[in-house]
Design a protein around this ligand. Structure first.
Ligand code: DAH
Length: 387
């Protein structure tokens, strides 16, 4: 009786007596439990009740120790699931008498709801704990320096081309382009270089067919531009791009770059050419540069001139770079040949023009002090990263 009282599912006062034959007179009253003398297997009831108590306490203890939501769920299945320990006890109740069953049912259900409440509370607790943990471990320190993605930069030749473009754009030029696969007509013929002309030999060319080749110079863009713009005036363009010749040594590459220049308008004179090129040379190589024009020959200009700039290394006194002369050749130029103006559609009686063409590799080598042109095309980062 004392044990029963300890288990707490009836009050002493309500229990009238426990008979010697194992029957219990129950005053316990509820909708489902009758009262009166009921047969009770005292041993079994006490055992079941203590088992329920044990499972409950054990579960509550485990619950306190759990620190993850999924473990919480696992434990729930282990206790309350189909094969759970509490459910197993419920099954054993099949062997109870009809009087015992509702009483035990009540105990199991009480325990069940007590555990469910505990589960719910622990669940909320774990949510809070998990959030706190995330807040401390996943904190982002925005003051930490970011992972540096190393930045690339333009190839020295591209840098030089862009600088040349900027200088001429600043003087009111526009940028024109033409194809790298060119016809013999634009590359030679329209530039006053008919077939069998000996000057063609200066440009050892890559022919695709007899009439089509990789352009050997940017000069064909002169003709293409005049054809496109005629009769507009002035024509004032530069044409940067790749050109191809069958050469390969320390100062020649089979592919290299040129920038062509062309100005056509009424009254254009050689002094205009000189002024533009002096301005360009000073912006490119330094304010104290001078230029000089030496007579030369190009089939598409008359008169023609090579343009030298005073040595950027020694300033004109003479050194290794300028081979003691104080001057360095940077480009070819001249007054546009009347026949070339005609080929472009313009009337040489009406307009005049000047043209020039420079090698970008040469300008870059002079500007950066590079001695072997092939370095520009080796793609060696140790070299390229210096610019
Ligand atoms: N096209 C020439 C060459 O490749 C360079 C040149 C010289 C271009 C004189 C010109 C010029 O426009 O007037 O060697």
């Amino acid at each position: 009786m004392a044990e029963l009282a300890k288990l707490g599912w009836y009050r002493e006062s309500r229990l009238s007596s426990l008979s010697g034959d194992g029957r219990l007179f129950l005053w316990y009253q509820s909708a489902s439990i009758s009262f009166g003398w009921v047969p009770m297997d005292y041993e079994r009831v006490v055992y079941l009740k203590s088992e329920i108590q044990r499972i409950g306490e054990e579960t509550l203890r485990e619950l306190k120790e759990l620190d993850r939501q999924d473990a919480l769920q696992e434990l729930k299945v282990k206790v309350l699931g189909k094969k759970g320990s509490l459910t197993a006890l419920l099954r054993q109740m099949g062997g109870l008498s009809p009087e015992e069953r509702p009483m035990m049912g009540q105990v199991v259900n009480d325990m069940r709801s007590c555990l469910e409440k505990a589960w719910e509370e622990r669940g909320v607790e774990l949510d809070i704990l998990a959030l706190q943990k995330r807040l401390t471990t996943e904190r982002i320190d925005i003051t930490l320096p970011g992972t540096c993605v190393s930045r690339g930069h333009h190839h020295p030749l591209t840098q030089v081309i862009e600088e040349i473009e900027d200088i001429f754009l600043g003087m009111g030029f526009q940028i024109a382009e033409g194809p790298e696969i060119e016809t013999d007509y634009y590359n030679f013929e329209a530039l006053n270089l008919p077939k069998e002309h000996p000057a063609r030999e200066m440009q050892d060319s890559f022919y695709i067919t007899e009439e089509i080749l990789l352009r050997t110079q940017t000069s064909p863009v002169q003709i293409r531009t005049m054809e496109r713009l005629y009769p507009a005036l002035p024509v004032k363009i530069i044409a940067p791009g790749k050109v191809y010749r069958n050469d390969d040594d320390a100062t020649h590459s089979p592919m290299f770059h040129q920038v062509e220049g062309l100005v056509v308008d009424r009254g254009i004179r050689m002094s205009d050419l000189k002024g533009i090129l002096l301005n360009f040379s000073r912006q490119m190589f330094g304010e104290s540069r001078e230029i000089r024009l030496r007579p030369s020959f190009f089939p598409f200009t008359e008169p023609s001139a090579e343009v030298d700039v005073s040595c950027m290394l020694c300033g004109g006194a003479g050194c290794r770079l300028c081979k003691g002369s104080g001057w360095i050749e940077i480009l070819g130029s001249g007054m546009v040949h009347p026949r070339v103006l005609e080929m472009g559609g313009y009337n040489p009686q009406d307009v005049t023009g000047f043209a020039f063409g420079m090698g970008v590799e040469r300008i870059a080598m002079l500007k950066f002090g590079i001695e072997d042109m092939r370095l520009l095309f080796d793609n060696d980062l140790r070299f390229l990263q210096q610019f």
